[in-house]
Design a protein around this ligand. Sequence first.
Ligand SMILES: Cc1cc2nc3c(=O)[nH]c(=O)nc-3n(C[C@H](O)[C@H](O)[C@H](O)COP(=O)(O)OP(=O)(O)OC[C@H]3O[C@@H](n4cnc5c(N)ncnc54)[C@H](O)[C@@H]3O)c2cc1C
Length: 429
Amino acid sequence: MAGSTDIDAEVLVCGGGMAGTVAAIAAARAGADTLLVERWGFLGGSATAAAVGQFVGWETEAGRQVIQGTAEEVVRRLERHGASGGHTRFTMSTGHAMDQVSYDPEALKLVLDEMAAEAGVRVLFHATIADVRASGQRIEAVSVQTKAGVLTIHPRVVIDASGDLDVLERAGATFLPLAADEAPQPATMMFRFGPIDFPRFDALSTAERQELARQGVESGALARAALHQSRIPGTHDGWFNISRVSLDATDPFALSAGEMEGRRQAFSAATFLRAHVPGCEDGRLVTLAAQLGIRESRRVQGDYLLTADDLRAQRRFPDAIAVAAYPMDIHPAKGAGLSFETLGGDRAYEIPFRCLIPKGFDNVLVAGRGISATHGAHASVRVMPTTMAIGQAAGTAAAMVVAGNAGTRAVSPGLLRERLRAADAFLTA
Ligand SMILES: Cc1cc2nc3c(=O)[nH]c(=O)nc-3n(C[C@H](O)[C@H](O)[C@H](O)COP(=O)(O)OP(=O)(O)OC[C@H]3O[C@@H](n4cnc5c(N)ncnc54)[C@H](O)[C@@H]3O)c2cc1C
């Protein structure tokens, strides 16, 4: 790291997706000097760069809202900007009813800017993780590549919220292997399509949609057997989530080829929509997402490994830092279908703080889709309301680590839960 500029930060958050941004806001609100580094020029990660367009997984199937706190604050602020209609319900291609908050990704960028600035987060855009120096159980320095060259940050606590866990990879952490019968969930190139005659499009029955999607897959025009989209509030356009690219997102050449394949599939799907789907005759592909959306890559080995059985059994934990209820939603790496296992009724599960603590490190936390969870549990944890709840816990805990001048394992679970509740987080499964 010779020749670089050096700066200090009490809490360094790497990656400004929904988890990292909420983590940085929570740490700064709790009084820590917080630096958030992000490779793009805006916050939101998959929510904005990959244009996912809807937050799902707020409620149990029975309709009890279990994700609140800062995640809900994001929704309220989007509503004030006219960029979301708030909580609604829709029916999936599988026939499952689900809660949903659609939003305009462009306005979300603004909302996250405002929230980070108001909290006092120092935000560094166009900064890519380059190198990490670890010593014993600690990360001592993280260097990022910027327009001005290499900047080396000396943090007290690091939150790896980079999705792919690039910081922990460079620090030599251990990641969870996939079982022989598992593969990472495929990526998707989201695309904006419109104008759509929504009264006609929405009038299609589930059976009609399934039949159209089946024809699309059979003809080779669609990679996913669904016509899934989320309407962009205030427009006649929707973000379509119907492409599918299987890859190892941590392999730079595979990722490059995947971006191209995602674009090819998006244009193919748009041509199919226009030609065959009622309500889409006058539409065209308006925009591609800025990047391929990555559902799954590295998952860290943490102090506790959350499993699908923990979710099914609604296992309780004394150090629970979030409650979630989203189904285990697996897009298979091969084929056009979906595996969707709901928890049922009013059932929800808990996520223990130990899932955020990587084995072998004492000043690092993980926020977002890379926490310590099996492939099956990750398939539920990965949705954005849950990653925001995890982010809020990670940021709050990081500020406690700074204040207590001890390691992450010295954080009192009881006190952490008290602080989270005081900040409107929901913790009763
Ligand atoms: C196609 C698709 C559809 C989905 N559909 C839904 C849905 O309908 N509803 C829902 O709630 N969830 C959905 N999900 C899941 C959800 O969007 C993601 O799991 C979630 O957004 C992950 O958030 P995160 O903050 O953990 O990670 P990410 O969003 O991946 O954020 C990571 C951040 O780190 C930055 N970063 C990465 N590497 C580096 C680096 N080396 N240096 C600097 N910065 C870096 C990235 O730019 C990004 O901002 C979907 C996901 C995909 C891909």
